[in-house]
Design a protein around this ligand. Structure first.
Ligand code: WT7
Length: 635
């Protein structure tokens, strides 16, 4: 039996029991056998959820890029590491072998060094899904710089907030990006962001769309000429297992985005381990995750997890709809993709289109299908299973978070029997539990409650950049000695978990995690707006869409409401990005509030969802009369 590659359900249970009984021995064996360390650890695990402090493989030294690249060169140097499929299907796909990746990462690493970037420095990467993005990430890791990738759909304001929070010294971007038939002026967005980012010394610019852009003297430089001059060789910086590898921002229910800090050794071990098991990757397979590297899914399951296993990982620059709705299936056929990992929102959108888009394509290479990012509804699950997997390929519904670094609850294909809408069983080493309102763990099955984890796992985020107190309050204060996920879940008779959704003020729209507070802040900047509240409501493609309740200042009352709606969405686009735009905006004279002044979002959520059968007791509200007004005018 191998801990590293689980093949049967019985084996899963054995491995799982072992991982709970002797977690340190379990992870030590995996770390020892499957990775390259420069120095062995002194202690496998040190933890205290009160502080909170978690350290894995303390004292060990390594470089993650030696594990993702160098160690594969002898046996797999000519194997494709990254397979780049461009936005335009007529542009040739690029196969980057492990040998080539080694050289490209070294060149880039040497450029970073020549620009004064060293161990511990923060580098912001704001790039589209082109090979330079993966290479930049790995180049940072090679020299011990901490990458902070910002999804290239975020606005200038969102970008500058993130750059300033981490005090990045450099931005790596491109002249622009392709998105279906459109181009986006990324460099223009960076220029605007950098007006308020004093820590930035250098901007490296990759050429992608050949647009005319502004290059600021003494700050901006074209990337390619620097790469051409740089050496393709270079020693990897030796890092401690607990040195930060990257920062990745995620929204919270309040305030600024949280810069989740992931460290090196544990993150590597866990993402590699889960990649192997959740996708049952075998040498020679072609694996494709459609996420963007700007999200944790891309970090862990496009870059680090697959490369640590010597896999071939597809990087797709385009969108599912361009040049037609059959693009995903065309790419699967073209590259003979074996494992395909996408989001429920994409499946729902594709399922709405005629099946003819699927039917023309040979999908027989597929072995495993995955989903991530939000609960997958039963209808979408069946569509995926019937039409894409042809009832042959198991669907892994993977539950996890930016904070968890890797997949936490998921079936293991060909081992765990799947049930639609259930993420099923915890990965080895993961000890989930459900908590009730009194803060007690609910034992026994079935059960429903708030999802927590009661024991550390190697890839958990170690802190929030610059704000350990917030880390403690957000994740370790709701329940004693437990990591609180922010999700609700139920556990059925057999112990299978089903994630029911967020229980806080985070809303998952098209798989994107959006906090209500920053959106409300953006709306409130409008001079005609007095107050606002955002809730989610069910949407058949996006999963949830955003519904805004807006109170106007008196001076705003005679304004054209349609124009106001446009202006509000424009403000949101500028402050956060188009993904946070509201689908519906209802103007109202008031918002239901408790006597202590807290907005009763529960009521607003029900009204927006057209589910007003049981609004609960509204008589204790400060202003119960407003509930009827809101119901009468619901959109
Ligand atoms: C939140 C985390 C992890 C990568 C993408 C999202 C929701 C994620 C599932 C799933 C039900 C899911 C949760 C979670 N979520 N996967 N399989 N079933 N819900 O990362 O942006 O940090 O969002 O996404 O609500 O807390 P993220």
């Amino acid at each position: 039996m191998s801990y590293y590659h689980i093949k049967h359900l019985e084996e899963y249970f054995q491995v799982y029991r072992k991982s709970v009984r002797d977690p340190e021995i379990f992870w030590e064996e995996i770390a020892e056998e499957h990775f390259l360390w420069r120095k062995r650890w002194d202690k496998v695990l040190n933890w205290d959820f009160n502080k909170p402090e978690v350290k894995w493989f303390e004292g060990a030294q390594l470089n993650i890029t030696e594990n993702c690249i160098d160690r594969h060169l002898a046996a797999k140097g000519d194997k494709t590491a990254i397979l780049f499929e461009p936005n335009d299907p007529n542009e040739v796909a690029v196969h980057i072998t492990y040998n080539e990746l080694y050289e490209r990462v070294n060149r880039f690493a040497n450029v970073l060094k020549s620009k004064g970037i060293g161990k511990g420095d923060r580098v912001c990467i704001y790039l589209p899904m082109i090979p330079e993005l993966a290479v930049a990430v790995l180049a940072c890791a090679r020299i011990g710089a901490i990458h902070s990738v910002v999804f290239a759909g975020f606005s200038a304001t969102a970008l500058s907030t993130r750059i300033n929070d981490a005090e990045c010294k450099m931005v790596i971007t491109s002249d622009g990006s392709f998105r279906g038939a459109k181009t986006i002026d990324l460099k223009g967005i960076v220029d605007e962001a950098l007006e308020t980012c004093p820590s930035i010394e250098t901007v490296l610019v990759a050429k992608r769309i050949n647009s005319e852009i502004n290059m600021k003297a003494d700050r901006d430089e074209w990337l390619q000429p620097l790469l051409d001059k740089a050496s393709p060789e270079g020693e990897a910086e030796i890092m401690n297992a607990e040195d930060p590898l990257f920062i990745l921002y995620t929204s919270g229910s309040t305030g600024q985005p949280k810069g989740m800090v992931h460290t090196t050794g544990g993150y590597m071990v866990y993402t590699a381990y889960t990649f192997k098991n959740v996708f049952q990757y075998n040498d020679g397979d072609v694996y494709w995750c459609t996420a963007d590297i700007g999200w944790i899914t891309g970090h862990s399951y496009i870059v680090y997890g697959p490369l640590a296993n010597g896999a071939t990982t597809v990087m797709f620059e385009g969108v599912p709809t361009y040049p037609h709705w059959g693009r995903f299936w065309q790419v699967i056929e073209k590259h003979k993709v074996n494992q395909f990992y996408t989001a429920p929102t994409a499946i729902r959108a594709l399922a709405k289109e005629p099946l003819s888009h699927v039917e023309g394509h040979d999908l027989s290479s597929l072995k495993v299908l995955g989903t991530v990012g939000e609960p997958i509804n039963e209808e979408a699950w069946h569509w995926y299973n019937d039409n894409i997997g042809k009832m042959r390929s198991p669907i892994v519904d993977t539950w996890w978070q930016t904070e968890t670094g890797g997949i936490m609850i998921s079936p293991i294909p060909f081992a765990t029997p799947t049930i639609p809408t259930f993420a099923t069983l915890p990965m080895p080493g993961i000890q989930p539990c459900l908590m009730d309102e009194n803060g007690e763990e609910i034992k026994g099955n079935p059960a429903q409650g708030r999802l927590c984890v009661k024991f550390p796992w190697p890839s958990m985020a170690r802190t929030i950049w610059g704000n350990h107190q917030r880390y403690k309050e957000t994740y370790f204060s709701a329940y004693d000695q437990k990591y609180f996920t922010g999700d609700g879940a139920l556990r059925d008779q057999t112990g299978y978990y089903r994630i029911t959704g967020r229980v806080d003020d985070v809303i998952i729209v098209s798989g994107h995690n959006l906090g209500t507070a920053p959106i409300e802040d953006a709306i409130n900047e409008h001079q005609a707006v007095a107050e606002s509240a955002i809730v989610g409501f069910p949407h058949d493609v996006k999963g949830n869409a955003l519904y805004g309740y807006v109170i106007l200042k008196e001076t705003g009352e005679d304004r054209n409401q349609e124009n106001l709606r446009k202006e509000i969405n424009q403000l949101i686009t500028e402050r956060i990005g188009p993904i946070a735009k509201l689908d519906k905006i209802q103007f109202t004279s008031g918002l239901p509030k408790t006597r202590s002044g807290k907005i009763m979002r529960r009521i607003l959520r029900k009204i927006a969802s057209k589910d007003t059968s049981n609004l609960g007791d509204t008589s204790t509200l400060l202003n119960p009369e407003v509930v009827q007004e809101i119901m009468d005018n619901v959109l």
